[in-house]
Design a protein. Structure first.
Length: 240
């Protein structure tokens, strides 16, 4: 996109339906390509398809991710490896495939979708938190290696956002509200609010932002309300 007002996008997902439907809705400026982010060859194909359809790629948003709730003791090796392969190796492969092309192009921006679980510890999310902390570290190193080549990289750290991952039962924002009273902005995040942060980081508006961990978490990572102390909102009983 780089300074221009409109971009063209290739949407990639391991599932066909939602991504293909979204690309169809967007129209000529979008394309869909089924891609498993753990597969290096699939990344190469994706990059080639994107270049052929729209020209050189100068933005990558590494967004694919999975997670589950289990204690570290109960998590199997296969489950742990599966989360790391998608959430961390997938990001590595995306950078590994597209960053050299951006360097050759002379500019680029990569946005890695981490989590507020990479800002702290949380019970029953060991594999997920490990993958997101790993991504945060990978972002810092790659930003150092690529920033002086005019390719910026940053990580985004959302808290609960209204998608299948965090709201599988598709409850309303009002129904979910009580679980968000522990953070300053006391509601679930809208996906559009995270997209806006990604758009900013991808654009030239963020030309001096490199290697940052960008919290978009309603303030959940800055601290938590203590019920017994002054300044605590009445309803601060949530769990997020
Ligand atoms: N929803 C939240 O509360 C929240 C909070 C913090 C971070 N995140 C992160 O945001 C990102 C997007 O998640 P979401 O909330 O939209 O969840 P989601 O489950 O709606 O979307 C995740 C997508 O990743 C895709 N995916 C899974 N494995 C893949 C693979 N091997 N290759 C390609 N695609 C694959 C899934 O098919 C799915 O479409 C994830 O990285 C997630 O960890 C989400």
């Amino acid at each position: 996109m780089s300074g221009r007002l409109a971009g063209k996008v290739v949407i990639a997902d391991v599932l066909d339906d939602a991504g293909a439907a979204l690309a169809a809705e967007v129209g000529e400026a979008a394309n869909y390509r089924r891609t498993d982010v753990t597969d290096e060859n699939a990344w190469r194909d994706l990059a080639d398809v994107a270049e052929k359809r729209f020209g050189p790629v100068d933005i990558l948003v590494n967004n694919a991710g999975i997670g589950f709730f289990k204690t570290v003791i109960d998590t199997t090796n296969a489950e742990f490896e599966r989360v790391l392969s998608i959430n961390l190796t997938g990001v590595f492969l995306g950078i590994h495939t597209l960053a050299p092309r951006m360097v050759a192009l002379g500019h680029g921006s990569i946005v890695n979708m981490s989590s507020n679980e990479a800002m702290r510890g949380v019970n029953r999310l060991g594999a997920y938190a490990a993958s997101k902390w790993g991504m945060r570290g990978l972002t810092k190193v790659a930003a150092m290696e690529l920033g002086h080549k005019n390719v910026r990289m940053n990580s985004v750290h959302p808290s609960g956002t209204d998608t299948d991952l965090a709201n599988p039962l598709h409850k309303s924002a009002d129904e979910l509200q009580p679980t968000y009273t522990i953070q300053p902005i006391q509601r679930i995040c809208k996906p559009r609010e995270i997209a806006a942060v990604c758009l900013f980081l991808a654009s030239d508006e963020a030309s001096y932002v490199c290697g940052s961990k960008f919290a978009a978490d309603g303030g959940s990572s800055i601290g938590r309300y203590r019920g017994a102390l002054p300044g605590n909102p009445d309803r601060a009983v949530g769990i997020i």
